[in-house]
Design a protein around this ligand. Sequence first.
Ligand SMILES: *[C@@H]1O[C@H](CO)[C@@H](O)[C@H](O)[C@H]1NC(C)=O
Ligand SMILES: *[C@@H]1O[C@H](CO)[C@@H](O)[C@H](O)[C@H]1NC(C)=O
Ligand SMILES: *[C@@H]1O[C@H](CO)[C@@H](O)[C@H](O)[C@H]1NC(C)=O
Ligand SMILES: *[C@@H]1O[C@H](CO)[C@@H](O)[C@H](O)[C@H]1NC(C)=O
Length: 409
Amino acid sequence: MAIPARISRQHKSRAPPRTLARFLLLLVLLLLLVVVVVVVVAMVISILSFSSSSSSSSYDRYKEYCKHDNHRYVYWGERIDCPGKHCDSCAGLGHQESSLRCALEEALFLRRVFVMPSRMCINPIHNKKGILRRRSNNGSSEDRWEANFCAMDSLYDIDLISRTVPVILDNSKAWYQILLKSTRLGKRGIAHVQGISRAELKEKCMYSDVLLINRTASPLAWFTECKDRANRSSVMLPYSFLPRMASRRLRDAAEKSLQIEALLRDYDAVHVRRGDKMATRKDEFGVVRTLHPHLDRDTRPESIQRRIAKWIAPGRTIFIASNERTPGFFSPLSARYRLAYSSNFSEILDPVIENNYQLFIVERLVMSGAKTFVKTFREDENDLYLTDDPKKNNKNWQIPVYTADGEGT
Ligand SMILES: *[C@@H]1O[C@H](CO)[C@@H](O)[C@H](O)[C@H]1NC(C)=O
Ligand SMILES: *[C@@H]1O[C@H](CO)[C@@H](O)[C@H](O)[C@H]1NC(C)=O
Ligand SMILES: *[C@@H]1O[C@H](CO)[C@@H](O)[C@H](O)[C@H]1NC(C)=O
Ligand SMILES: *[C@@H]1O[C@H](CO)[C@@H](O)[C@H](O)[C@H]1NC(C)=O
């Protein structure tokens, strides 16, 4: 404690110790100084010891979290839903986000760092071009973006996610160091587990003490490991978590788009899911069936106009996000509303957007800023939505209905 001693000498020489009151005041000040110095020294020591024990500088800011768990890790495989699912195919962004959120929740629950796949697989049926270059290229609606993968950090802001759940990517230097360390540690280095509940992983020390848990998830999809989501109290991350974690590049693109069309403060939004959700197939008698029998009807402009009339006043600006690729499909709505699509922002989006997952992430950000937001399906209690068909239906193939008055086809 050399510093406080020196300071005390200075103070003494400046303040003539005439009265007892002055002396006491000095004493109090001195004590305060000592306390401050001790606290500062303690902080410096803790920061230094943290960063020397850390295997990657990218964790430095998560020291509070990691101090308590000595950097233990959980790994679910190098691709979302794989291992587990057949690795050759992948689902749309929504499905993969459900799986990713499930894995993040588990990491949060186990207080482990999540080892995130560094790439996301892009399903070709969800990667048709068309929306953006509609104006310049008339025959482009069947064009596809070429990529089958994209970098996870082109979609999400990994640092932002890490403020809630510490994450490293599985192509990082840190990950290779952890793999090395785990082999050095032998039994306490890595545990390969399959079909073991997260509660067991947390409580049994044969798992809880291990540096790295290598998890093989459900053969269906990662998110089926979180099927107790119906139990609200076990949900740790809301659906809105990943949409809010969009990468800086995509967040900037959304913000600039809104500025360009001066939509920034006052617009409504409608998300119209058509495309894949309207898929039909013929049953054994050759009758066409679909999982969402009213969807085609309910997402046509005439039906949309009728449905939203009570929520959105004429003359309002509506941002429409849709996977419908027919040019001008929604134009009838422009008789009552001012319409905007992502194609209106193509000057900003074209240089930034490389695939439909990125495009949808931007559209989702724009929609999240709308005054009134109408979804295609009902997802939550307070939602406004276009069709009464349930979103989740994997089995019940029904005959599509096109008439306005119900089931009569
Ligand atoms: C538009 O389509 C027509 C006919 O399909 C074609 O001849 C023309 O070259 C296309 N224009 C552009 C800019 O692609
Ligand atoms: C994790 O376990 C799977 C088997 O489920 C195995 O194929 C994979 O190599 C393991 N990964 C690591 C990093 O040990
Ligand atoms: C719901 O989850 C909480 C916390 O995980 C648990 O304590 C409770 O028993 C669960 N309830 C049901 C009905 O599963
Ligand atoms: C968006 O572009 C369409 C033409 O593609 C135009 O009719 C519409 O007015 C534009 N919307 C806005 C808000 O500028």
